[in-house]
Design a protein around this ligand. Structure first.
Ligand SMILES: NC(=O)CC[C@H](N)C(=O)O
Length: 379
């Protein structure tokens, strides 16, 4: 086996030399770390990672190869991929190929053989920052040229990426049980398993492009509206917030996940802010303040909602009382919102848990129940 040199350069000037993994070339983006010990396929195909170079803290990656069952979308979305130890063999009964080959086929530049613990410590202390992976001829650039390329990359704060990941045409995923009506899903980077869970709860899932207007959304005659996860800074998504404001004023039941939670926060009148290094992993403890049950949950977010924890506040946008429904027990970050006077709620984390523990699946039931109750009330 021959190894080709590669380097990861961070915007603060730190350099980590390793070997090329996947495609060769240059990729710049925001460098973040993900702590899941399993689920690398779900991670790299999560559209929320668009614009980000992901450092896996699990030290050994690629051993189960890749299959066609686990992807969360139809392509790999991470800008770049950073790992410690690349498995030299693929060993799993479901494997259809190797991760290295798939990264190469899809043009995803990666690096292996770097000290991912040292990189993670740096990002944890200094915060997520821009970086670049350079291999092939790009590895021949001078240190200064590489650093200049990294520093020329757009900052994640203020960045809008929905147009890069959203579907361009609407499509339908039929309910797999007795239908309870049509659900309008705004695709801001939706994951396959989320759509499947919604279909399993009885929704005829209409996945809509992120450019959809309120009139087009109403034209499908939805019983409820859902906003998905997705990449980018929620403060740069004014049009989606304006659309949601109309949805809420109309009284349509609403559920949002991750980016969808941040946009509900904004529509209710709260601000959002960038976390220093975010939450990306599958073992984050979150308490549901209603049941006082702690869930171990799957996360991938770099921004959060700024709403008062531990008290019921009035929506600054005039939608009545709002409760922070879920709180992260590691750092007290807002992990969910529940409007008490309109049928709307959301969570910052991933109840679809792909990958991750299934503790939070009940939230899809909660949404179905909210929709059914709302339909009864309006009769
Ligand atoms: N997974 C997501 O929806 C992420 C939301 C947002 N882009 C963030 O980083 O916080």
């Amino acid at each position: 086996m021959t190894f080709e040199a590669a380097v990861l350069v961070l915007e603060d000037g730190a350099r980590y030399r390793g070997q090329a993994y996947g495609a060769k070339g240059k990729r710049v983006g925001e460098v973040v770390f993900a702590t899941g010990m399993t689920g690398y396929q779900e991670t790299i195909t999560d559209p929320s990672y668009a614009g980000q170079i992901v450092v896996m803290t699990a030290p050994h990656i690629g051993n189960t190869g890749v299959n066609s069952e686990d992807p969360e979308s139809n392509r790999i979305w991470v800008s770049g991929f950073v790992i410690r130890d690349a498995s030299r063999i693929v060993s799993n009964y479901r494997a259809e190929g190797s991760l290295d080959d798939q990264l190469t086929e899809q043009g995803i530049v990666g690096i292996s053989g770097v000290d991912t613990r040292a990189i993670t410590r740096r990002l944890r202390d200094a915060g997520s920052m821009r970086g670049g992976i350079f291999s092939g001829t790009e590895n021949d650039l001078s240190d200064d040229e590489q650093l200049a390329a990294v520093r020329a990359e757009t900052q994640m704060a203020g960045r809008s990426l929905s147009s890069e990941v959203s579907t361009s045409v609407a499509y339908l995923v039929a309910s797999t049980v007795a239908s309870i009506g049509r659900l309008a899903v705004l695709d801001l980077g939706v994951k396959t398993s989320t759509v499947n869970y919604l279909a399993e709860r009885g929704f005829e899932v209409h996945v809509l492009p992120q450019t959809v207007t309120f009139e087009e959304l109403l034209a499908i005659d939805p019983v409820a509206v859902f906003y998905s996860n997705g990449p980018g800074d929620p403060s740069a998504s004014d049009a989606h917030v304006a659309l949601l404001t109309q949805v809420l004023k109309r009284g349509l039941p609403f559920f949002g996940i991750c980016f969808g939670n941040q946009l509900l926060g904004r529509a209710l009148g709260y601000g959002t802010y960038k976390l220093p290094f975010g939450h990306r992993g599958i073992n984050q403890p979150v308490i549901d303040v209603q049941t006082l049950r702690t869930e171990i949950t799957s996360h991938n977010h770099g921004f959060a909602v700024d709403a008062p924890v531990g008290e019921i506040s009035q929506s600054p946008a005039g939608f009545g009382r709002v409760e922070v429904s879920h709180v992260n027990l590691n750092d007290n970050v807002v992990e969910g919102l529940r409007a008490l006077d309109i049928p709307a709620f959301s969570v910052q984390y991933h109840p679809e848990a792909a990958s991750g523990p299934h503790d939070a699946n009940y939230l899809f039931d909660r949404f179905r129940d909210l929709v059914l109750e709302n339909a009864k009330d309006s009769k």
